[in-house]
Design a protein around this ligand. Structure first.
Ligand code: PGA
Length: 240
């Protein structure tokens, strides 16, 4: 398993349902890796195998999802063992798009995490509140429930990452204030003693113009980047 604690910052590119083979080739020709930090690219799953030899000291491949099942009659699914075969070291779990559009539950997030950790793949567990929940001051309550119900007992700060992604900030250009981000991260780290040293990433409209300020916040250990990660010049600035 990757030693997370040797990296001051972790940057994860979530390409979602974007990119193709020629995009991918051009992207990796232009990508300027910063070897001090950990950079992870999560392409659509069909391209994971194309990146099988890309893993270097500081650039890794992540999957956008994994099955809750280990094997069997589950058409269209990919297992954590199959990810291992493709040199995948990280996997997003419980992204808000999967929770909202594909009915992913906390229970399933937990099962996926266990399968991944058993295969030494690091789950990146995404949590976040809706705008309505934020306006009703429910952020803390919502995050606590997501954390309690989706993080398995076998998780620890060496094998699991948490990504705080306010749903209203994803793909909208809106972000919480820097103070809000830092205080939510600090709240997560103080829920229980065991969360104190977890790597907690921020995601939601991270771009080159705000990434260095967000990443410099005391309780932020890196960023999960969607839209801006598709522009390699922009992403190069974010990870630099
Ligand atoms: P965004 O997406 O950077 O485009 O807001 C982030 C995410 O969905 O992880």
């Amino acid at each position: 398993m990757i030693n997370l604690h040797k990296y001051p910052s972790i940057f994860i590119a979530n390409w979602k349902l974007n990119g193709n083979l020629s995009f991918l080739k051009e992207y990796f020709e232009k990508l300027k890796v910063n070897s001090n930090n950990c950079t992870v690219i999560c392409p659509p799953s069909i391209y994971l195998n194309t990146l099988i030899n890309i893993n270097t000291k500081s650039i890794f491949v992540g999957s956008q999802d994994v099955s809750i099942h280990k094997e069997g009659a589950y058409t269209g699914e990919l297992s954590s063992k199959m990810l291992v075969d493709n040199n995948v070291n990280f996997c997003l779990v419980g992204h808000s798009e999967r929770r909202q559009l594909f009915s992913e539950t906390n229970i399933n997030v937990k099962k996926k995490c266990i399968n991944l950790i058993e295969e030494k793949i690091i789950p990146v567990i995404c949590i976040g509140e809706t705008l309505e929940e934020k306006q009703k001051n429910l952020t803390e309550k919502v995050l606590l429930t997501q954390i309690k119900e989706s993080i398995p007992v076998i998780s620890n700060d060496e094998n699991t990452i948490i990504a705080y992604e306010p749903i209203w900030a994803i793909g909208t250009g809106l972000t919480p204030t820097f103070e809000e981000i830092d205080s939510v991260h600090s709240m997560i780290k103080s829920i229980e003693k065991k969360f104190k040293n977890y790597k907690i990433l921020y995601g939601g409209s991270v771009k080159s113009s705000n990434s260095s300020k967000i990443n410099a916040l005391q309780n932020v250990d890196g960023c999960l980047i969607g839209g801006a990660s598709l522009k390699v010049d922009e992403f190069n600035i974010i990870i630099s």
